[in-house]
Design a protein around this ligand. Sequence first.
Ligand SMILES: [Zn+2]
Length: 390
Amino acid sequence: MQGKQSLHEPNIKKLYLYWDCTDMSGSNRDDFTPNNKRIMAERVSWKCSFPGCGRNTVGPHSDDPTKRINNGIAAHIHAAASGGPRYNPQMTPEERKHISNGIWMCRDHGNLIDTDYTVYSASTLLDWKAQAEKRAADSLKLPTEEFVNRDATLIQLGSGLIYFVHWNSIHAQNWSFELVAPLVGSQELLNNYVLEFDSLIEPEAYVVIESQGDARRILDIKIEISSSGKFILCISVDNKPVATNPYDLGANMALDNTGDIYIKNGTIAMVKGIDNAKQRISTCMSTIKGEISFAKELGSLATLYYNEYKHDLELLSRLILLELVRLSLIPMDQGGISDKRPSLHFVKRFTCVDIPSLELTHSRFKANIKLEWGNGDLWDGEIPIYVLKA
Ligand SMILES: [Zn+2]
């Protein structure tokens, strides 16, 4: 862990300079007041809002018993000054310095969201802020043990391993996680996965991260033990594929709510644009992985998860999100029809999934999904997912 932190040092220094500048009087930045920064931090229990990080940002000063240290940052969602990350010229100075335009982060992640701001859009940060405030609210109510697991994020490695983890560090395409506990699989299976990584078949060499809605091909993987004795999983990942425009999908035959071809006035009805994209998500999730004999990789584990985790709607929603993220970002064999590509290549990012009830209509449950299409448009709504009851 010590070694990893040194990777961030140059950036941290740069950031200190940046933040020192913000306190200069007479600047034309729309900065938060010290009071608003404090409230922003308190509303997330002084923890980093980057999902899966949760690092504490405040503590006692080591030399001075009357002082505390604060390692957090009140980052702007829309930049404080023109030319900055996610700057929105439509906003007034009052809106820019308003507490609603800030998100509390540790220094590493505050730096990350401003360096790579095409990936971390304003809507992403607003979602993360809401999630962090919800975690802080939950932490006031839930017993500690239950909360610790909820605070961890899920990662999936290949088709057989899902782990609760905390983010340890992120540096370009080298990510590391502190292992918390397995949900699917075991420590032994994980050790085997890592040891035998070089001989794995290509379709198994991928990772999906719940907290960032990201999934990548794995280039290299290892387990290290930190100075405090924790297991750290280090992964080097491939580039993210570029999402496509959902309007380029063209038209397709419309399906009715039982999954049959929809006949309207004696002719086959068609869907196009976003309706077609929504239908593609539904059919992709409703296909049971492995059921298509000439393309075994296609489809999802929705049926498996539904039958296994129907006692826990929150966990089921998180697992359905993992599947959607995997299907939108991991290239796979599409049955020889075209090149290898992600099944849901027209979605840039799935933000959140909420399954309000397990009630089935025509063997389908409804998932409320928030996403960003490949063309940058945001959408949220219901997607029906077919399952085969065990
Ligand atoms: Zn952080």
